[in-house]
Design a protein around this ligand. Sequence first.
Ligand code: PRX
Length: 671
Amino acid sequence: MPENETTAPSLENLLHETRAFPPSPAFAAQANAQPELYEAAEADRLEFWAQQARELVTWSTPFTQTLDWSGAPVAKWFADGKLNAAYNAVDRHVEAGLGDRVALHFEGEPGDTRTVTYADLQQEVSRAANALTSLGVEKGDRVVIYLPMLVESVVAMLACARIGAPHSVVFGGFSADALRSRIADAEAKLVVTADGGYRRGAPSALKPAVDEAIAPKDGEPATTVEHVLVVRRTGQDVAWTEGRDVWWHEALEAADTFHEPVAVDAEHPLFILYTSGTTGKPKGILHTTGGYLTQAAYTHKNVFDLKAETDVYWCTADIGWVTGHTYVVYGPLTNGATQVLYEGTPDTPHRGRWWELVEKYKVSILYTAPTAIRTCMKWGEDIPAGFDLSSLRVLGSVGEPINPEAWMWYRRVIGGDTAPIVDTWWQTETGAIMISPLPGVTATKPGSAQVALPGIVADVVDDEAHSVPDGGGGYLVLSEPWPAMLRGIWGDLQRFKDTYWSRFEGLYFAGDGAKKDEDGDIWLLGRVDDVMNVSGHRLSTTEIESALVSHDIVAEAAVVGANDETTGQAVVAFVILRGEHADRGATPEGAAQVQEELRAHVAKEIGPIAKPRRILVVAELPKTRSGKIMRRLLRDVAENRTVGDATTLADSSVMDLIAAGLSSAKPGSED
Ligand code: PRX
């Protein structure tokens, strides 16, 4: 059994989208990806991948085997080859005479800038690798990175890769508690952090969260962390533990600029990235080196049509998420791209900041999330209209389904009605893009990710794992192993098998509902499990429920993701208060106070991104006779719909009670 129970996606709201935008002949003629790419992959899929691996990646020991699937579902790709990811991302470009090419145009939130060439990057990554080594980090040791979007963040990741120490980046918006559990699960030896970062015009501290995360707590011993390497970013005061804490700039100054990259096996772990699943405990998704790097480079080159000599590429994702790993660090740098790295938010100091950066750096490829596009739509098209966006030639979207209206706006207002949009479907687990149009080949459709990339085999199946016909709906599955696929959940092989491989025999179950249109193109319909997608960030209903019930006043909690125009979904929680606190929800003022208290508690337990938009105090929760909470009914309530079929409830009056109690409740403050 999978760890979650799934429900078939609703096909009532099938999109009836008929618009299609074929590539212009001029774009098609110059595109990296040509229709033959599909043919080559179809003719011999494994040979196709072997060829990509040889062309796009430099191996210190060439591989002779492509795929070993004998240990399924744990794949081995290019297993007898050796390579180093940092060498591929940096040194080989310098060796090829491209040392002066700009790798990163860094733009800090306060407006400070820094230009980093590939030669600069080589020096800095080498110094950082030497610094890590002198702090006792060895091949195989785990390093947690908890940083804002800085040049040092990219350098830290590459320095780990250079010495063969898997990194685990934890998003800077996660709380000390969330950081602590990830450090503990990965048994990290060192943490790289900063004094703070800039957020909406003000410095915001980071190091205190690390201090708290690695201190002994509730009788639990301190973590395995031996050193904390601290980047000075804001200059704010920090508490200092002598012997443990080390300034990044001091360690790097003391380190040599020469470092020999460690050649590792293709299957050596490159990183662990924690993501929310359907249980309370985040999963450490494990990625290895050779296959991951191959698919990162291949997708980045073909999906974004990268021309490394002339393009300026910008992916707005934070390195705390997988998009930042694959499409800020490993994909673009392996391909020798020039890119923008931006520390801040789109509206600081003004709502035209992103477009100002596009104009300033003449960004030609932009990769962002639907939630950002919808937010910009809300702000009005006169804002982007105030900037010269004519350099943009390819636009990407990722993280959640993009509604056709936002897609059309993106194309017209940002893309000047010409730039192809690539709606890219993938996951932390897949490591790299899996389903996407190819610009120059595919006639794009607003709202659809459309087709599996050459080399990838995806399908939509029904409850019995049968492929659905065109026009049908069901579950998205991946039918063949792919190079960047996860190699497991850190320390939990069984959970890996249960979560992804037990729902359908021999197929990878992605957890997404999907449909095929009459042309066989795939439309993603959102998650079918207890995972929510808020502003493109994955959150688990169970994880937030656990956070809520860990508060003294809460007896029981149920969380649902309700549709939201801007953020895709919004977290809505229903809580039953403990007996002695039950009265607190009785008045609107009391309920508002409870809501604020619990929102703050969730922010502390997980992070501000997980704070419920609304928390409703209820007397009962709808449960089946076997005691399972019927979230479907709660979602109806949260979305102000007529409550659906409640006949399987143990007590059918519960929904009336909830609806009656809600009429007085108010939504929480926005942030
Ligand atoms: O539900 C799908 C949605 O995001 C989930 C993966 O989330 P995460 O691992 O955080 O990775 C996000 C960035 C790759 C998927 O299961 N998703 C991602 N991209 C799309 C999408 N849903 C629809 N269309 C997409 N393009």
